[in-house]
Design a protein around this ligand. Structure first.
Ligand code: ME8
Length: 529
């Protein structure tokens, strides 16, 4: 049986979930759903990153202990997953006992092995350098920029502070050649998209310095084994979540042997270095296989501006869902921006996608076909006669969608997969106009039956393939086509509709979004707030 392990980053609990977090999680959900429908055994992981200085500070600001604080705010991310209809198999918190055990085990494994140059992978030293709490990252002097206020900042814009403390180091510098060989020879598809791959390779080529992997000036973290004054650097702890969730350190379990190495770590472009450089080196040093692939997507701005608490423009997913509906939001986020590039969220763009792609193109196609069948074809699947070239062309295009979508999603190209699907939506809309079943009803009822058959069969294929993107809306469409529950996976892609099957009364799937105060409001449209 095929298997597929996909992960989201684990989110820092100090932040309220926003559209950026929703985006990454949704992208993974589409892949997980697609792979399940395509017959794979899937493990889909998300969760929260709860240790480190940033979370400790946020807890203090809230007047709570870090544990009580994280218990409370990690619920916001669970709630987000539920609100987005996310099909995750597990939700991990780094404060769980299973994870503390796993983090200490990977530390021990790294320490027990030698680097490629035969030296200890972990050694005790003293860190003296820059640290950005917001990024939970160490930066070299050469990476910093000085702002107009005279303050030194990380490339991400985060403020940095000078840190001096005893620390254990990971001998990252000895892993440079191995990493380059991994990217270039062993696993050329490791990092996507290509722009991020190039960025990671050039970072490694510039020369790696050893990485501080423990802290001693605060307490909120996983204790370093046999060194109680040290806690593990939060990124070593955080990255380890991906193996904790499949049973590490018990590598004999089914979960670990089936699902590790992970097929895909989906991340934003801000955390490529951690996933594409540090993580494979940590794993290799611990004697564990590195993941198959890391894909780093782009960044969302809102109405042309950076999303930030101080600007007060943070887009909250529940508000989006309440305003536009869940499936339109899911569709929009993965359709609007070529996956991998930055994008801008705007109300106008959201409404355009909802009203054009969903209500007009797909919703209207389904509505036209199904209400015509209800009124003029006895409310049942029509009997096809001999197929013309036009019928074959439409049916062939719909049939080819499965391999096309499969290929695009194998490279995380959601926008291309949706584009291929909408080509066929467009073909079907043109076909109905050209074939004009409303005329055939009077002149050639047998031909009308064939045309309706081709259209309903095309809707069935579109409905099946769009389930991962819009599970609720497509369940409604497949209900209206009377597709039984056991014929909704891709094994049933070739199981054509059976003529004579009674179809339930059609209902609209995507109401138009109508701006508040527009004259047509109230005609079944989704009303703006
Ligand atoms: O970095 N546009 O957690 P985090 C697109 N805990 N995606 C965005 C976004 C935006 N404007 N803002 C956030 C961490 N994201 C670590 C991860 S993993 C072992 C540890 C998404 O809460 C994007 O996926 O800061 C980004 O990588 C992630 O949220 C950062 O989440």
């Amino acid at each position: 049986m095929k298997h597929y392990y996909v992960t989201t980053p684990i989110y820092y609990v100090n932040d309220a979930p926003h559209v950026g977090h929703a985006y990454t999680t949704l992208a993974c959900d589409v892949l997980a759903r697609f792979m399940r429908l395509d017959g794979a055994r899937v493990h889909f992981l998300t969760g929260t990153d709860e240790h480190g200085q940033k979370v400790e500070k946020a807890a203090a600001a809230a007047g709570m202990t870090p544990q009580a604080f994280t218990d409370k705010v990690s619920q916001n991310f669970r709630a987000l997953a539920k609100a987005l209809n996310i099909s995750n198999d597990d939700f991990i918190r780094t404060t769980e006992a299973r994870h503390i055990k796993s983090s200490q085990a990977i530390w021990r494994a790294i320490a027990a092995n030698k680097s490629p140059k035969g030296r200890d992978n972990i050694y005790l030293g003293k860190y003296a350098g820059w640290y950005a709490v917001r990024d939970e990252a160490f930066y070299g002097e050469n990476e910093l920029v000085t702002g107009p206020d005279g303050k030194k900042r990380a490339p991400s814009g985060a403020e940095v502070e000078w840190v001096e403390e005893p620390s254990y180091f990971f001998r990252l510098s000895d892993w440079q050649d191995w990493l380059i060989a991994y990217y270039e020879t062993e696993n050329p598809g490791f990092i996507g998209p290509v722009s991020r791959r190039n960025e990671a390779i050039s970072f490694v080529r510039q020369g790696l310095t050893d990485l501080s992997i423990s802290r001693t000036t605060f307490k909120w973290g996983v204790p370093v084994p046999d060194a109680p004054d040290h806690i593990m650097y939060v990124w070593l702890d955080a990255l380890t979540n991906y193996i904790t969730a499949v049973g590490y350190p018990d590598t004999k379990t089914d979960l670990f042997s089936i699902f590790w190495p992970a097929d895909l770590h989906m991340v934003g472009k801000d955390i490529v270095r951690f996933h594409a450089v540090y993580w494979p080196a940590f794993l290799k040093a611990a004697g564990i296989a590195p993941p198959q692939r890391v894909f780093a997507h782009g960044w969302w701005t809102v109405e042309g501006q950076k999303m930030s608490k101080s600007l007060g423009n943070v887009v909250e997913p529940n508000a989006l869902i309440a305003r536009y509906g869940l499936d339109p939001v899911r569709y929009f986020l993965l359709r609007e921006v070529p996956f991998g590039q930055d994008g801008d969220f705007s109300h106008a763009a959201m409404v355009r996608r909802l009203n054009t792609d969903l209500a007009n193109d797909l919703g209207n196609l389904a509505q036209r076909v199904l209400s015509f069948v209800a009124k003029n074809a006895g409310g049942a699947v029509s009997q096809p006669g001999a197929l013309t070239a036009a019928d074959e062309k439409l049916l062939g295009a719909a049939r080819n969608l499965l391999p096309a979508v499969r290929a695009e999603l194998a490279e995380q190209l959601f926008h291309k997969a949706l584009d291929a699907l909408w080509q066929v939506v467009g073909d079907a809309n043109r076909y109905i106009d050209e074939q004009a079943p409303w005329t055939l009803r009077k002149t050639d009822p047998a031909r009308m039956s064939t045309v309706l058959y081709a259209l309903t069969e095309t809707l069935r294929r579109l409905g099946l393939l769009l389930q991962p993107f819009m599970p609720d809306a497509m369940a409604k469409l497949l209900d209206q086509l009377a597709i039984p529950a056991d014929a909704r996976d891709f094994a049933a892609f070739e199981r054509a509709l059976v003529a004579g099957t009674a179809l339930p009364a059609p209902q609209g799937i995507f109401p138009r979004y109508v701006e508040e105060g527009e004259a047509t409001a109230g005609k079944g449209g989704q009303k703006g707030r």
